[in-house]
Design a protein around this ligand. Structure first.
Ligand SMILES: Cc1cc2nc3c(=O)[nH]c(=O)nc-3n(C[C@H](O)[C@H](O)[C@H](O)COP(=O)(O)OP(=O)(O)OC[C@H]3O[C@@H](n4cnc5c(N)ncnc54)[C@H](O)[C@@H]3O)c2cc1C
Length: 390
């Protein structure tokens, strides 16, 4: 049966209104993983949304996922981030038809995420230094992952390593969180997105079956760029859009309801405040339009789709940081305190630009695409076997 978007969004909106939004301030203040919110969203069909119906999921596409993440982000950036990483990792599991886990995700019982970034190659996720080696009939992984959203809470990770035996920069695996040898180190104490539980993971002698491979040995980079990246870029851009819309709404509410009693005017009657608000709204609409076109281009298989998804995240990264900045000034000292719901969004808005591909990397990728160059240079960034032993 085709996905009923109206019904889905109604269920999602109820979960947001009843659980996600009321918990958002405490999630931020305490740096707490939004367990209750993820439970409510799972019950609304959010976790299983993008799993094909044949595996018991909702059969939703990138368009539905992007809209769900945007709606969540209006209320809580941390929760949106967790759901966005779940969709990005699920895309790879769908591609690999990783049935056992897909059935669990489809039933809303399993949370996943990406474990790509590493302490050695940092934001250059395309060049993992972590290793995979055969030992008997098993595979052994060693790694130092630097940032993994939902690290303590995901049931399993879509994981990058150097190849087992093949040529190429990367192989992908599915690694259950409770596999012996996995250690999630520390707790997340960040500037923003404080509930997203993005922590380092050390893997020492982690033994998994060869069937945990996602795709072919050595073909992980093609999958990371061709399958995972479009989902990640679009859901990440959608989270930034939700954030822009949230700060714009909060700023509007503050400007129209706050009075300068000595002159009998509201803040909305002051030109600089209105001009800032207008720039925020333009940022929201510009990014909404670009993301919608990128999603439509992916759906229709248009030739410019890869370029548009890169542009969408680069634009929304900047747009959210700039809109939140404008909101902080438009709302004045009231925004500097927590009394207007702007300060949390301002901190949350700083993350997207440094999430790989970072804005710097995306500008480079877009420029390369325009010049007919490959996204990545073969060679200089690829790890050697010696470095991989790190
Ligand atoms: C909230 C949050 C959640 C995250 N969740 C995940 C996750 O779930 N999974 C995951 O795999 N990763 C995750 N990451 C990691 C993220 O994707 C990046 O890898 C990480 O933020 C990069 O930080 P760094 O200090 O290693 O950056 P660095 O690589 O040290 O870069 C520092 C700065 O230099 C710039 N720079 C670096 N190299 C170049 C270059 N060649 N040209 C131009 N500029 C360059 C970068 O753009 C950046 O601005 C998360 C990050 C954040 C902030």
């Amino acid at each position: 049966m085709p996905l009923d978007h109206t019904k889905l969004f109604a269920l999602v909106d109820s979960a947001i209104e009843d659980v996600v939004a009321p918990n958002a301030a405490a999630v931020d203040k305490d740096g707490a993983f939004p367990e209750e919110a993820i439970g409510a969203l799972a019950a609304a069909g959010v976790l299983g949304l993008t799993v094909p119906e044949e595996f018991g999921g909702g059969g939703g596409g990138l368009d539905a996922a992007a809209e769900v993440v945007r709606r969540i982000a209006v209320a809580c950036g941390s929760t949106a981030m967790i759901v966005g990483m779940h969709y990005s990792a699920t895309a790879m599991l769908v591609e690999a038809r990783y049935e056992t886990v897909l059935r669990e995700i489809g039933a809303g019982r399993h949370l996943t995420t990406l474990a790509f970034s590493e302490s050695g190659s940092r934001s250059h996720f395309w060049a993992p230094l972590s290793t995979a080696r055969s030992e008997g009939d098993q595979v052994v992984l060693d790694a130092r992952k630097s940032w993994v959203t939902s690290a303590h809470h995901a049931d399993g990770y879509v994981w990058s390593s150097r190849p087992l035996a093949a040529e190429g920069p990367m192989t992908l695996w599915y690694v259950p969180r409770k596999t012996p040898g996995i250690t999630v180190t520390g707790a997340f104490d960040g500037l923003g997105l404080r509930g997203n539980d993005s922590c380092p993971i050390v893997a020492e002698g982690v033994t998994i079956p060869p069937t945990a491979i996602l795709g072919a040995d050595g073909a992980g980079l093609d999958a990371a760029l061709g399958v995972v990246l479009p989902w990640f870029l679009v859901v990440n851009a959608s989270a930034s859009l939700g954030l822009i819309q949230a700060v714009t709404a909060a700023t509007t509410a503050h400007l129209v309801s706050t009075h300068l009693k000595h002159v009998g005017q509201t803040l909305a009657q002051q030109l600089p405040a209105r001009a800032r608000l207008a720039r925020m709204q333009i940022e929201a609409d510009r990014n909404r339009t670009l993301i919608a076109d990128a999603v439509a281009a992916v759906g229709a298989g248009r030739a410019e789709a890869p370029l548009l998804v890169l542009e969408a995240k680069a634009s929304a990264d900047q747009g959210s940081a700039s809109a939140a900045d404008l909101a902080m000034t438009a709302c004045g000292g009231a925004a500097f305190r927590r009394e207007v719901a702007v300060e949390r969004r301002f901190r949350d808005s700083r993350a997207a630009q440094v999430m790989a591909p970072t804005t710097d990397a995306l500008w480079d990728f877009v420029g390369r695409a325009l010049c007919g160059l490959p996204l990545l240079d073969p060679g200089p960034d690829a790890a050697t076997g010696d470095e991989a032993a790190e």
